[in-house]
Design a protein around this ligand. Structure first.
Ligand SMILES: Nc1nc2c(c(=O)[nH]1)N[C@H]1C(S)=C(S)[C@@H](COP(=O)(O)OP(=O)(O)OC[C@H]3O[C@@H](n4cnc5c(=O)[nH]c(N)nc54)[C@H](O)[C@@H]3O)O[C@H]1N2
Ligand SMILES: Nc1nc2c(c(=O)[nH]1)N[C@H]1C(S)=C(S)[C@@H](COP(=O)(O)OP(=O)(O)OC[C@H]3O[C@@H](n4cnc5c(=O)[nH]c(N)nc54)[C@H](O)[C@@H]3O)O[C@H]1N2
Ligand code: SF4
Ligand SMILES: [Mo]
Length: 714
């Protein structure tokens, strides 16, 4: 009897969320329903501990508002008015539209838009990739998360893997740089605490004293987008004081002599002006880094969501090489995804593509893609993502979604802000209703999910839904008839990745957590895949791309420039940073009452100096605005940042705003304005990898009209 047929019991599962930890879970079932989610104590890396978000996952899975059947729009776009239709009607309407568009405008008029709402590879990047390749749709560049930083890392280190998690507890200096691991990778935070118990010093470098910063032995605040300068200042001191490991530099790096000369210009005094970090702190940190071994740097996603984000990660990634810290317990970690890289050719079947030269659209540019791009996007297929909330330039994204001549399909578990704009909404299963394969971009274990509960309502997995569409479109290839297990076997068979040796479907079924073969890691420094095979402190590839070949600080397009003490556009003198919050996962959970109540409401953290200059008091409603839009939320006056930076954590849906039902989603307790952080952010792309620049945003803040009355207790 499979797990779905057993109404009661405790069953193994995998956390599907886009979180590095990829925890092993246990689902507790009663009468066919999941009633409790706990951690699986047998998971070798996550060991039974899970976060609060997922402890309450049952509420999301069995939420009364789960979409249960396909629907067709019956009211104006964005109104959320839909009528029920059958799957066969839905599929045939979509196929008809896609055929029509392909004939009339070419298939590149259709754009798939997806991300990792469910990290399972079959559903997130399997059957969909096959379908859209065969259809000939425009390609999507998956750039919204970490592509600038990953490119920066790649230009320095090549191979996209760093320190192993279990080694990091041996560090004597543990630096978290632009990450909030207490919220975003809790098991790494546990290892950080263990390292501290073993005598490590914990340093957090961030623009905002987040929950991780509050646990640091030393928190170092800096201006957004200035990390490259800080790292160069550290290098200046390291070379200057003879704290570099010359033997390591000679053996494993390229360009150390050029770098030594180059960083002379980054004196602590100059770097202090750029970053806001006092010169004596720069020297102190450099001495600490140069004199402590092993030292580990956890490179977060925050410092790379900037115009100069690729260079920032590249520069920080150079530091361990300067002091020869690529030893056990030392080094750095940006993402460990490459250790588990699958056979993407077999999984995604790019060979099915009928038009290899088709255009690629950067997902950060969704607003432009819908509003200004030619030839026009006429069909949009969204799944595993909520772009109306998570994509930059939210107001323009919404304008695009409102286009009468755009045919939008959204495959979702909930009526998200995005789904509201759809012409056809399709109900998606949750990951606990599917079979799928999970790798982690942090630990070294591969996991299998098998269905634990029956699909809710008529919901279907991405995998099955794209197979149905392929059949309706008449795609005859065997690739559209394969079952989950055969695709998993094909994906795991990757001769290019020695770390995946011996990880098979059978082993996953027997052992549940299949450890990668980490023996090739002994050769880590000889396995780097940069063009020179060395750690590239100097990169000819970057030079060819028109970027500085040596790590170089470049001010943000519209950011605060510490050297000039102002932003480029003085109408918007504050930097606005909107990182994830503790209780949501991007915009997932923002509609679940439990998670809302844990998170309470969006807050704008503003420094007392900035608040006072604007007559703003703690608890008052404020409007954060720039030329792109307005975000209305409550002020929290605090010294968690340097003056000049304001922070709002979390991606709230606009339609969860209080009173939204009555006010068409546009209000908070009678105050006009929107609840979307991304109304303010720009779709400019970063220096590398086409990455997102969410945090390179400048704004002004004012009291919201009627704010004083609202600030009074109810
Ligand atoms: N609870 C929770 N966990 C999550 C997520 C979530 O939404 N909620 N999201 C998941 C996803 S998709 C990702 S990518 C990861 C991201 O998780 P992390 O790697 O932790 O990255 P972020 O949380 O994006 O940003 C971390 C920090 O970067 C800071 N920051 C912003 N600009 C700068 C800068 O210029 N320099 C420096 N030094 N710091 C800066 C922000 O203040 C923030 O504290 O977390 C995953 N885990
Ligand atoms: N301002 C600002 N914006 C940001 C960020 C930030 O820090 N600040 N972070 C950025 C980052 S790092 C990321 S990764 C992106 C994340 O952006 P998204 O990937 O869009 O993440 P979510 O908001 O979690 O939306 C995922 C959606 O997928 C749906 N889903 C889950 N499982 C399935 C499934 O099996 N099938 C289907 N069809 N749907 C499913 C969920 O219900 C959810 O609505 O946001 C980015 N946007
Ligand atoms: S969100 Fe992260 S920490 Fe929480 S259960 Fe999932 S993998 Fe674990
Ligand atoms: Mo992300």
């Amino acid at each position: 009897m499979n797990m779905t047929e057993r109404p009661n019991g405790v069953f193994p599962a995998v956390c599907p969320l886009d979180c590095p930890d990829t925890c092993g879970l246990l689902l507790h079932k009663e009468n066919g329903k999941i009633v409790k989610v706990t951690g699986n104590p047998d998971h070798p890396a996550t060991r039974g501990a899970i976060c609060n978000k997922v402890r309450h996952m049952a509420e999301r899975v069995h939420h009364p508002e789960r979409l249960k059947y396909p629907m067709k729009r019956s009211g104006p776009k964005g109104s959320g008015e839909f009528v029920r239709i059958s799957w066969s009607e839905a599929i045939s309407e979509i196929a008809d539209k896609f055929r029509e568009m392909s004939t009339e405008y070419g298939p590149e008029s259709i754009l798939p838009y997806s991300f990792y709402g469910n990290m399972g590879v079959l559903n997130a990047e399997g059957m969909d990739r096959r379908f859209f390749a065969r259809l000939g749709a425009s390609k999507l560049a998956y750039t919204i998360c970490n592509s600038a930083g990953n490119a920066g890392w790649k230009h320095t280190m090549g191979f996209g893997g760093g320190s192993s998690p279990e080694d990091t507890l041996k560090a004597k200096l543990f630096i978290v740089w632009g990450g909030n691991i207490v919220s975003t990778s809790m098991h790494q935070a546990v290892l950080m605490e263990q390292a501290r118990k073993n005598g490590a010093k914990v340093v957090v470098i961030d623009v905002h004293k987040n929950l991780t910063g509050r646990r640091a032995d030393w928190f170092i605040p800096l201006y957004p987008g200035t990390d490259t300068a800080l790292a160069l200042g550290l290098m200046h001191v390291l070379f200057d004081r003879g704290l570099t490991d010359e033997k390591f530099l000679a053996q494993y790096t390229l360009g150390h002599e050029e770098l030594r000369e180059h960083v002379k210009a980054y004196t602590p005094e100059r770097v202090s002006r750029i970053t806001g970090v006092p010169a004596e702190d720069i020297i102190r940190l450099a001495l600490l880094y140069g004199e402590t071994s092993p030292s580990h740097i956890h490179i977060g996603n925050g410092l790379q969501h900037h115009d100069n984000g690729g260079m920032a990660v590249r520069t920080v990634a150079c530091l361990p090489a300067l002091t020869g810290q690529w030893v056990r317990g030392g080094g750095a970690m940006k993402s460990n995804g490459a250790y588990a890289s699958l056979n993407d050719e077999a999984l995604q079947r790019p060979d099915l593509r009928v038009n290899p030269g088709v255009r690629t659209i950067n997902m950060n540019k969704l607003a432009d893609a819908l509003l200004t791009l030619t030839p026009k996007v006429r069909g949009l297929f969204v799944f595993g993502s909520n772009p109306a909330v998570v994509a930059p330039e939210a107001e323009r994204v919404r304008q695009g979604l409102m286009r009468e001549d755009l045919f939008t399909v959204v495959h979702e578990l909930f009526m998200t802000d995005t789904a509201k704009y759809a012409d056809i909404v399709l109900p998606a299963t949750s990951s606990f209703e599917n079979t799928d394969l999970y790798t982690s971009y942090w630990h070294h274990y591969v996991q299998l999910q098998e269905p634990v509960i029956q699909p809710i309502g008529e919901s279907k997995s991405n995998f099955d839904m794209f197979k149905m569409l392929a059949e309706e479109m008449g795609f005859a290839e065997e690739a559209f008839r394969e079952d989950e297990e055969s695709v998993i076997c094909a994906a795991l068979d990757n001769p290019d990745n020695p770390y995946l040796n011996g990880v098979t479907l059978n082993r996953l079924k027997e052992e549940r957590f299949a450890e990668l073969d980490m023996s090739p890691k002994q050769e880590y420094l000889n396995r780097l895949t940069t063009p020179s095979g060395k750690i590239e402190l100097y990169s000819d590839t970057l030079k060819a791309l028109g970027l500085p070949p040596l790590p170089t600080y470049m001010p943000l397009e519209e950011g605060f420039d510490g050297e000039n003490r102002s932003t480029r556009n003085t109408a918007y003198p504050l930097m606005f940073v909107s990182p994830p919050n503790h209780n949501f996962l991007n915009s997932t959970f923002a509609n679940v009452h439990k998670h809302q109540s844990m998170e309470k409401e969006p807050l704008l953290q503003i420094h007392p100096q900035d608040a006072e200059a604007r007559g703003i008091e703690d608890g008052q409603f404020v409007e954060v605005y720039n030329d792109r839009g307005v975000y209305t939320l409550k002020a929290s006056v605090t010294e968690l940042m340097l003056p000049g930076t304001v922070v709002s954590q979390g991606l709230w849906w606009n339609n969860t705003a209080e009173g939204s039902a009555k006010q068409g989603g546009a209000g908070i307790r009678g105050i006009s304005g929107r609840r979307l952080a991304n109304a303010l952010t720009s779709s400019r792309t970063a220096d590398m990898g086409g990455g997102a620049t969410f945090f390179s945003t400048t704004v002004e803040v004012r009291l919201a009209a009627g704010a004083e009355a609202l600030a009074k207790p109810d």
